[in-house]
Design a protein around this ligand. Structure first.
Ligand SMILES: NC(=O)c1ccc[n+]([C@@H]2O[C@H](COP(=O)([O-])OP(=O)(O)OC[C@H]3O[C@@H](n4cnc5c(N)ncnc54)[C@H](OP(=O)(O)O)[C@@H]3O)[C@@H](O)[C@H]2O)c1
Length: 327
């Protein structure tokens, strides 16, 4: 039987007000799918890029990548999950901003009892991002010094805490003194307010002039060139987003001049493209939460109908930790 759910739809790109909450018909789950009733939906900054049209999409699309909820029905041939299972997902295409949807089961992970639905919606995208950044892109090890930009933000908090738990010395940047306090609370040994002053010099001073092993930079436009000056010789700069705008183009030769640096621009999606890797990475994340290495801080909750306010808060740099939308 078709079911009607409320879902956010995007018919044009632009300001937060372009997002429309509409009723859509949900058909019964097809073979290999499960219908998931969402209990908590995670906001991610990529949702802003996509709403603005910075990352182009066809219009008439849904929005949102991550949610947690309960399986309400399954299609033919589904054995991985059963009705009543608590699940989460982060790589099933756009459409998480909704009361529910049908999802291919290979995109779902079952939630352990120790992880609440809200925690799962807060970390299944942001925590999986931190997971590949500290495990795969640059495997953080004891003795490393790590620079995390926007360390009080959603990904930033998880990344800082996890890098610290892996034995690194963590330098975090954030946009205010209050956010620097949060960065310190989640594991940063040094927190620098990069909204004023010479933050590059402060990072270099904090490393006795050597620079850091790895820079995790998702601020982009405002920080990228400075990040190249913070990495030590043979260090790595990981550009994984552009909250302030896209990073400027550079000549490859600049990496030589800055100390034979390694530069990469990774994404969470290929790291979790198949079910086996996705579920193994999710287990690593859930284990890190259970061990206390990753703390889940929910900074704000908005009703799904107030999605525009959630985007305004995030774009206005008014939030810390994860933002949830509640259906
Ligand atoms: N490549 C990937 O796989 C991947 C996956 C997930 C997320 N990301 C990226 O990771 C970053 C963090 O994502 P998130 O969802 O956790 O968001 P978030 O960190 O909670 O929010 C972004 C933060 O960026 C900082 N920022 C600096 N300049 C800004 C500006 N001009 N406008 C808005 N924010 C600015 C703000 O912190 P301060 O005020 O402290 O500066 C803000 O809180 C985003 O860039 C996102 O695209 C990448």
């Amino acid at each position: 039987m078709p079911t009607t759910v409320r879902a956010v739809r995007l018919h044009e790109f632009g300001l937060p007000q372009v997002m429309r909450l509409e009723s859509v018909e949900l058909p019964p789950p097809a073979a290999g799918e499960a219908r998931v009733r969402h209990t908590a939906i995670g906001f991610n900054f990529i949702d802003v890029y996509q709403r603005r049209g910075t990352y182009p999409l066809p219009v008439g699309t849904g929005l949102g990548h991550e949610a947690a909820g309960v399986v309400e029905a399954i299609g033919d041939g589904v054995t991985d999950v059963a009705v009543g299972d608590r699940v989460a997902y982060m790589n099933a295409g756009l459409g998480a901003y909704a009361e529910g949807r049908n999802i291919p089961v290979d995109k779902l992970v079952k939630l352990p009892d120790a992880i609440s639905d809200e925690q799962a919606a807060a970390v299944i995208f942001k925590g999986m991002t931190a997971q590949y950044l500290v495990r795969h892109t640059y495997a953080v090890k004891p003795g490393d010094t790590v620079l995390v930009h926007a360390a009080a933000g959603g990904v930033g908090q998880i990344l800082s805490g996890w890098a610290k738990a892996l034995g690194a010395r963590v330098i975090g940047t954030a946009g205010s003194a209050a956010k620097c306090e949060i960065a310190r609370a989640v594991g940063c040994d040094v927190a620098i307010d990069y909204s004023h002053g010479d933050w590059v010099k402060q990072v270099r001073d904090a490393t006795d002039g050597r620079g850091v092993n790895v820079v995790y930079d998702a601020v982009g436009k405002d920080t990228f060139l400075g990040s190249l000056d913070c990495a030590q010789t043979f260090g790595m700069v990981v550009l994984y987003g552009g909250a302030s705008g896209p990073a400027p183009a550079i000549e490859p030769e600049l990496l030589n001049k800055k100390g034979c640096l390694y530069l990469t621009r990774p994404s969470v999606f290929p790291h979790n493209a198949d079910a086996t890797r996705f579920r193994a990475n999710a287990k690593d994340l859930f284990d890190a939460i259970a061990a206390g290495h990753v703390k889940v801080q929910i900074g704000a909750r908005f009703p799904l109908a107030d999605v525009a306010r959630a985007h305004e808060a995030a774009e206005g740099r008014a939030t810390t930790g994860a933002i949830l939308l509640l259906p």
